[in-house]
Design a protein around this ligand. Structure first.
Ligand code: NAP
Length: 497
């Protein structure tokens, strides 16, 4: 781990973490490092991390390319065993890793532990997937021909991930990439390198051969950009913002790399007049506010039937105002900080701008004091009477901000729900089976919920968005094989007698 414990100015003991390249933990080639601090308290140093550059990316890609030929032809059972072992190792570390994730990312401890547990489940799932049938047998025009397809790995895969699910997203990309015989260069978000180190450690400790998985920490410009432009990187799997996704589309298209994009969302929850309002309330608030609203699948628009809009909005305001904002490591905290000061300032100023534009702020939206001044805290916000075509009704704010849009009919609810560039997840709350079925059929979203919150996603089923939320590919479950492999069609004829 390049782990000479050092001492920061503050007197805290901190560890220095390197890159993992060719089976070794090593510092960045240029020797540069950067500090990472807790979003809940900037005085708390999480660690010091390699601030890498093109030379490190080059070394990592070279190591992955060298390892590929052996890993590709290794037994899928061997790969499955390593993933199983990594799952067991990570499972044994859940309390520490979940806690570190919370310190580093800011989601509550319950969520940090939950996400780490999810990463264990994902490793196990793909250990199983490695052993599933891969390809199909076809009849041939020639009855003597053995005609079949097989799925083969792509080569060296670049994995670029965001900070908001710093262990689950790397897990659901890296586990299938490895299970199906690819080698990997992993560039995690600059804001969550420690969680990335912990995930890679579990796989390294499970006996992954050198070079099969490589971790390079550092910035988008110095690590991300050279990685996605490297001609030896056959495919890139990316999760993050639409802006970065657009840049990656160009970079990948220029050199013909396979690309998977999972991007933003502006996810609606429709509440119809016949819904169980207490049930809907819990799911809408949780969908909007857990992880401080920083989920791609977070509910950001509550589209409410006008017959219940006033009552339900009052219920929302009361519940949201009562959420406990605080140190995410404390058991009673429900809402932690945003990811950093920049994000907190951005969300607070978006709230101001929405107010100026005429939206009615009912609760929250400001920076939080009460001893939390040294962290990125914003009080969860609720707006009433949001115009569907306003910025608040259209753009992803990526924070704890929910807007209520009253509507007069199911038709209007559907029109409003679909009237955004995104299409990631969506919910409806109703007892009317016909309306629920119509919603599931007509909503333009990749993940659809009836009577449950927009963020719910199980690890063994396909996940991804429609329209501007994705590149039409899907992750997780059996869908992962589609991206991380390619098809070979084989005709075998007997030699002439
Ligand atoms: P981001 O700014 O796009 O960054 C994502 C990753 O890309 C980071 O590792 C970043 O590095 C890297 N990166 C940025 N520019 C790059 C470039 N030009 N070339 C190569 N790499 C580059 O997104 P974020 O702020 O971390 O994440 C929030 C966004 O992710 C939201 O829009 C959210 O909706 C979306 N998201 C989507 C899903 C989904 O499954 N659909 C899931 C979670 C999050 P640095 O960290 O060094 O800048």
């Amino acid at each position: 781990m390049v782990a000479t414990p050092t001492r920061a100015d503050s007197g805290q003991a901190v560890e220095t973490f390197g890159n993992y390249i060719g089976g070794e933990w090593r510092p960045a080639a240029g020797g540069e490092t950067s500090e990472n601090r807790s979003p809940a308290n900037w005085d708390e140093l999480i660690g010091v991390f390699a601030s890498s550059g093109a030379e490190d990316v080059d070394a990592a890609v070279a190591a992955a390319a060298e390892a590929y030929h052996t890993w590709r032809f290794s037994s899928p059972i061997t790969r499955a065993n390593i993933l199983h072992k990594a799952a067991n190792i990570l499972e044994g570390r859940i309390p520490e890793v979940g806690r570190e994730l919370t310190r580093e990312e800011g989601k509550t401890l319950k969520e940090g532990i939950g996400e780490t547990t999810r990463a264990v489940q994902i490793l196990r799932y793909f250990a199983g997937e490695a052993q599933q049938p891969s390809g199909e047998h076809y009849p041939s025009a020639n009855p003597l021909t053995l005609l079949y397809t097989t799925r083969e790995p792509l080569g060296v895969v670049g994995i670029v991930t965001p900070w908001n699910f710093p262990i689950a997203i790397p897990a659901w990309k890296i586990a299938p990439a490895l299970a199906f015989g690819n080698t990997v260069v992993f560039k995690p978000a600059s804001l969550t390198p420690l969680t990335a180190v912990r995930f890679v450690e579990a796989l390294a400790d499970a006996g992954l051969p050198p070079g099969v998985l490589n971790l390079v920490t550092g910035s988008a410009a110095n690590v991300g950009d050279p990685l996605v432009r490297d001609a030896r990187v056959t495919a890139i799997s990316f999760t993050g913002s639409n802006e970065t996704g657009a840049a990656l589309r160009k970079a990948a298209a220029e050199r013909g790399a396979k690309l998977q994009l999972e991007l933003g969302g502006k996810n609606p929850a429709i509440v119809l007049g016949d819904a169980d309002l207490d049930h809907a309330l819990g799911h809408v608030v949780s969908g909007a506010m857990m992880s401080t609203g920083q989920k791609c699948t977070a509910t950001s628009r509550a589209i409410i039937d006008r017959s219940i809009a006033d009552r339900f909005t009052e219920m929302l305001a009361e519940r949201i105002a009562g959420l406990k904002v605080g140190d995410p490591l404390e058991a009673e905290t429900q809402i932690g900080p945003l990811i950093d000061e920049r994000a907190a300032e951005r969300v607070a100023s978006e709230v101001e701008a929405a107010k100026q534009a005429g939206a009615e702020l009912l609760v929250g939206g400001g920076r939080v004091g009460n001893g939390l001044e040294r962290g990125a805290f914003v009080a969860p916000a609720l707006f009433a009477e949001v115009a569907p075509d306003s910025r608040l009704g259209q753009d992803e704010l990526f924070g704890p901000v929910l807007g209520v849009i009253p509507v007069d009919s199911m038709d209007e609810a559907m029109a409003v729900a679909n009237q955004v560039k995104f299409g990631l997840s969506a919910s409806i709350f109703t007892r009317d089976l016909g309306k629920a079925l119509a919603f599931a059929r007509e909503i333009e979203a990749g993940v659809v919920h009836v009577n449950s919150e927009t963020p719910g996603a199980e690890p063994h089923v396909p996940f991804g968005g429609m329209k501007g939320s994705s590149s039409y590919s899907r992750e997780q479950g059996k869908a992962a094989r589609e991206f991380f492999t390619q098809t070979k069609t084989v005709y075998i004829d007997p030699p002439p007698a």
